[in-house]
Design a protein around this ligand. Structure first.
Ligand code: ADP
Ligand code: MG
Length: 233
């Protein structure tokens, strides 16, 4: 599903170059649930943003579902993002003045789907995350865990090939984090390929594979015995 070869990325900071990714190599198959781990500043978000076509590597190869991602103009990049990728962020990134339902329906608008069908699809995803009774609530009327559920429903509504989540539990307490991980595990059980960035070992343990980044290189990459979040909830 994802093939990455020799990815390099640096930023110009002041007069000098900050080498953030120093030769990243890994592949992700369909149906995997991968945690990218590493301490703050190790390059996790930079890597996820490149995979999410929000940023571009300086060199190397990135192939997403057999399509080489390189030198895309913004129109094509946003088309691929819409078509292939769902995003979940630590800070939820919901639109404050729109209801839960409208937030979930948003990406479908960009796919040209008509309002009635948009709302039907959005409602079915709110149901999947257990929030159909909160469809008319504004984000300010939802708890942190509920906001993240809405964000996950929004990411799933366009049926992406890959779900990308940058510290999805970073703003949540432990119990709520495990509830969100239970939802993410359930989505993965249905076959969705999911990539999570986290620096929390208990969250990484709930994935099937741990890729450890340190100072821009992968220092470990292993399949693990997945801990079920439901054993805590
Ligand atoms: P992580 O997500 O693992 O905490 P990041 O990928 O966000 O790490 O950042 C890795 C390094 O790159 C950090 O030192 C950060 O300060 C730097 N960095 C990230 N984005 C930029 C940018 N746009 N410009 C300059 N430096 C950046
Ligand atoms: Mg980060």
């Amino acid at each position: 599903m994802i093939e990455i070869k020799n990815l390099l990325k640096s930023y110009k900071v002041g007069g000098s170059e900050l080498h953030v990714l120093k030769g990243i190599n890994f592949n992700i198959e369909e149906g995997e649930l991968v945690a990218i781990m590493g301490s703050s500043g190790s390059g996790k978000s930079t890597l996820l943003n490149i995979i999410g076509i929000l940023d571009e590597a300086d060199s190397g190869e990135y192939i997403l579902d057999k399509i080489p991602v390189k030198n895309l103009n913004e129109t094509i990049a946003s088309k691929y993002r819409n078509q292939f990728l769902g995003f979940v962020f630590q800070s939820f990134n919901l639109i404050n003045y729109k209801s839960a339902l409208e937030n979930v329906a948003m990406p479908l608008y960009y796919q040209g789907i008509k309002r009635k069908e948009r709302n039907e699809i959005a409602m079915s995803y709110l149901e999947k995350v257990g929030l159909s009774s909160h469809s008319h609530h504004l984000p300010s009327e939802l708890s942190g865990g509920q906001k993240q559920r809405v964000a996950i429903a929004r990411a799933m509504a366009s049926n992406p090939k890959v779900l990308l989540a940058d510290e999805p539990t970073g703003a949540l307490d432990t119990a709520t984090s495990y509830e969100v991980m239970e939802l993410i595990q359930g989505i993965n059980d249905e076959g969705k390929t999911i990539l999570i960035v986290t620096h929390e070992p208990d969250i990484a343990a709930m994935c099937k594979r741990n890729v450890i980044l340190k100072d821009g290189i992968i220092i470990d990459d292993k399949y693990i015995e997945q801990v079920r979040a439901s054993s805590y909830v």
